[in-house]
Design a protein around this ligand. Structure first.
Ligand code: MTE
Ligand code: MOS
Length: 774
């Protein structure tokens, strides 16, 4: 809540710090930086087969191409040949075995992209092909698994099966998704006179790029600086996978002693980089005839691609979200990461959460149909509630559960019941056009599931003219993190935002940073910035007390607000004057800030703990209209309420809710990845892979996303994380489509068979099956 005595920009709408630069094209991404003198560009030679053994790599013809300067292979790596985030299972440049189409084999460096392309085409790689596993079912059948298994269990499932009125069994498959960040992977590196390596990288984790480059070159991390101005989107795709391009650029620069830029064009980026993990889950669920769920057994497999990357953490988050918003007395959640010969799948907004939600929501829809119950009623019936119905699967009680209250609100504001009746009446009369309505409740855990990562640092420098430079460990990818950090610094220092300069994220300013991910960028870095500002203002307070002759008891009452220092019983003093008093008194005007999320822990072996600091909540009602002749459908209306706490900048959070919803809707509706049997991606360009566009989203009066006003405060300045949770709201589409498709058949109890993403082809098939024509 806005403090009426303060005029700082905290909790007020604001324009994203890069908005004007983005829309005018002035914003510089790594590939927009002018090439430094003597800079080499590059092309990566990748594996053309999904699995095989490298017999020979012949670079001689490539080196003869005019303009080609070097061709680098595994044997040229001075340090460790590894590009993985931590598992040490991904070679930077393949030396023996290749495990997917698109795996790096060689780096061609040259004066022009044309020369590099030609050179890359002339690198001869002799590979003995091996059997490849592409499909997740094939991986399960052949027990092709990465190490690790995670089980969360509690209660007595045998009792649940015994006491059940009915038991449902089945499978849920959720699809992959391409990140489609506007800026493709890019990094540039140079080596200076002291053998320091400076890397500009489009990465959510500059520390990861720094560490990897140092390891690859066999040098100290202190000799590597990674600078990250901004990304043109990351969405998880640059959490770990940017490191290999930073590493390649550093390797190229180290060997040639010339600056090197590594940049992927759109097709290469799509074909070679990891995506959202598709999941296959098998479930068995026990219900009473009143709709109460008694037990749920789920085994989930993530299609990890060829290497571990973040697969295990993503699987963890799936298991943590299989409960959805529901109290399930007896449960067994078990997960595996399947190894296939596809590019290694990676983080993507929601990080396994959406895949978990999809299972339980599908099960509830089936149970509701069987009982002739409304899908909304069965949800409300099973919501978490008062003890003992507040105990989550890892045996931590859920506090501040706002979803039931938000459900009440959205039912009323979206007129759920009235519209449902109107839609049924419409469907009864309309032969070819059918409508459907769906509802989705969200409870999304906030914190990195790897507890160690929940820490952040900041560096705040105050200059004597009253201007400020702030550094923090987070990275800006469009989500508005930098704008929020300026707002937090402005509020806590009492200096106007126009005098606060946000510096590029750099590993030589703030060390050992976590990736900006898990939606916790603001929670962690904002608290670290606040901590640094608090240290400085504590010092300034003492200076003010001395200069204004304040009583000891008045020191805490001093307020720094928007350029002024307000002390009890005194005239306001210009903050610049206070800063100069401090300088003259030789008081330090800079501070390093730090924050670690308190009170979170988890024991993977026992499946018990408190993995999340708190939960973000949301509810959504959406309506679609389906053309049953073509399978095409359109969003008619979306109403959502999302809990972002006391937003640092409400307008930016609103943008995140809208964007996340649209991306979730794209995942379920139009973004289809098609893989050939040989493991090649057939949909590697915007011509074949369809993302949601302007036309996907209804006009504002039919796209009403609001922020919950009386939210509970959980993180810095009462705010809550917002980046990923609203992605899950789009799962309301499952019910809405099922509703419309059921209206095409005769039997309202027959389960629709929708294969996701629900493209028009997929929907047409489901309609035919519903009618019994297929
Ligand atoms: N918003 C934009 N515009 N671009 C992005 O790449 N990434 C999302 C989300 N919102 C993303 C975005 C993902 S996956 C995460 S984890 C969060 O932003 C990360 O930023 P935050 O922690 O600062 O919210
Ligand atoms: Mo987001 S998937 O945690 O980068």
């Amino acid at each position: 809540m806005k403090d009426p005595n303060r005029t700082s920009p905290l909790h007020e709408n604001a324009v994203h710090e890069s908005a004007w630069k983005h829309v005018t094209g002035r914003a510089q991404f790594v590939n927009d930086m002018p090439l430094p003198p003597h800079c080499l560009v590059s092309k990566i030679v990748v594996s053309p087969v999904a699995h095989g053994i490298i017999k020979q790599i012949d670079t001689s013809e490539a080196l003869k191409v005019p303009g080609v300067v070097a061709v680098i292979t595994a044997k040229d790596i001075p340090g460790v040949n590894d590009a993985s985030s931590w598992a040490h299972d991904e070679e930077l440049l393949a030396s023996k075995e290749v495990n997917c189409i698109g795996q790096n084999i060689a780096l061609v460096l040259g004066e022009t992209y044309e020369a590099c392309e030609e050179g890359a085409a002339k690198v001869k790689v002799d590979i003995d092909p091996l059997e490849a596993i592409i499909d997740i079912r094939d991986a399960i059948a052949k027990n092709s698994m990465l190490p690790g298994c995670h089980i969360i269990a509690r209660g007595d499932l045998d009792e649940a099966w015994k006491n059940a009125d009915f038991i449902l069994e089945g499978e849920v498959e959720s699809p992959g998704q391409e990140h489609w960040y506007l800026e493709t992977h890019c990094a540039q590196a140079e080596v200076n006179e002291d053998n320091d390596v400076i890397i500009y990288a489009s990465s959510q984790c500059p520390t990861g790029v720094q560490g990897k480059a140092a390891e690859i070159l066999g040098i100290d991390a202190s000799h590597v600086v990674c600078i990250m101005p901004r990304m043109g989107g990351g969405f998880g795709g640059k959490e770990t996978q940017g490191a290999q391009y930073g590493g390649l650029a550093a390797l190229g620069a180290w060997i040639t002693r010339r600056p090197v830029r590594v940049w992927l064009n759109r097709d290469d980026d799509m074909a070679w980089s990891g995506k959202r993990h598709p999941f296959l889950s098998k479930y068995k669920a026990a219900f009473k005839n009143d709709g109460t769920i008694l037990g749920l057994h789920v085994v989930s497999w993530a299609n990890s691609g060829w290497a571990e990357d973040l697969s295990m953490c993503i699987l963890d988050r799936c298991l943590y979200h299989l409960d959805g918003c529901y109290y399930i007395p007896a449960l067994h959640f078990e997960g595996y990461t399947a190894k296939t010969n596809l590019p290694s799948n990676t983080a993507f907004r929601g990080f396994g959460g959406p895949q978990g939600f999809m299972v339980t929501e599908t099960v509830l829809n089936r149970a509701a149909r069987r009982l002739g119950m409304d899908p909304l009623d069965i949800r409300i019936k099973n919501y978490y509630g008062d003890a003992p119905r507040n105990m989550m699967q890892y045996e931590t009680p859920l506090k501040n559960f706002r979803v039931p209250m938000m459900t009440d609100r959205v039912i009323k504001s979206a007129r759920y019941w009235e519209r449902k009746a109107e839609i049924d009446a419409f469907n009864a009369k309309s032969r070819y056009i059918k409508r459907g309505i769906g509802f989705m409740p969200v409870k999304f855990g906030i914190s990195f599931t790897n507890t160690m990562l929940n820490q952040a640092g900041a560096l705040v420098l105050v200059y004597t003219d009253g201007s400020v430079a702030i550094n923090h460990g987070g990275s800006e990818m469009g989500q508005g993190l930098h704008t929020k950090m300026v707002t937090i610094a402005s509020h806590n220092l009492g200096i106007k935002p126009e005098h606060i300069r946000l510096m590029n994220t750099r590993t030589d300013k703030v060390p050992n940073t976590s990736a900006t991910a898990a939606s916790s960028g603001t929670d962690l870095n904002g608290a670290a910035i606040k901590n640094a500002c608090d240290q400085i203002t504590a010092r300034l307070r003492k200076v003010v007390a001395k200069h204004l002759d304040l009583a000891e008891s008045d020191i805490d009452k001093i307020v720094f607000d928007n350029g002024l220092c307000l002390a009890p019983g005194k005239d306001p003093v210009d903050i610049v004057k206070v800063i100069n008093w401090a300088y003259a008194d030789r008081v330090q005007l800079s501070a390093a800030g730090y924050y670690a999320t308190p009170d979170i822990y988890y024991d993977v072996d026992k499946g018990r703990g408190k993995p999340f600091a708190y939960y973000s909540y949301g509810v959504c009602v959406l309506e679609i209209e389906l053309n049953t002749l073509t399978g095409e459908y359109q969003l008619r209306d979306v109403e959502a309420i999302h809990d972002v706490g006391d937003a640092i900048i409400p307008s930016i959070d609103r943008g995140q809710v809208e964007g996340a919803f649209a991306q979730g809707y794209g995942w379920l509706s139009c973004e289809e990845l098609v893989w050939g049997a040989d493991g090649s991606l057939k949909t590697h360009s915007p011509a074949t892979y369809k993302i949601p566009t302007y036309g996907t989203i209804p006009e504002p009066e039919h796209f009403r996303l609001s922020l919950l006003e009386d939210a509970t405060a959980e993180a810095v300045h009462g705010s809550k994380a917002v980046g990923e949770p609203p992605f899950v709201l789009a799962l309301a589409l499952v019910q809405a489509l099922e509703h419309a498709i059921i209206a095409c058949g005769e039997d309202p109890k027959k389960d629709p068979q929708i294969h996701w993403p629900a493209t028009p082809e997929s929907v047409l098939r489901a309609i035919y099956k519903q009618r019994g024509d297929l």
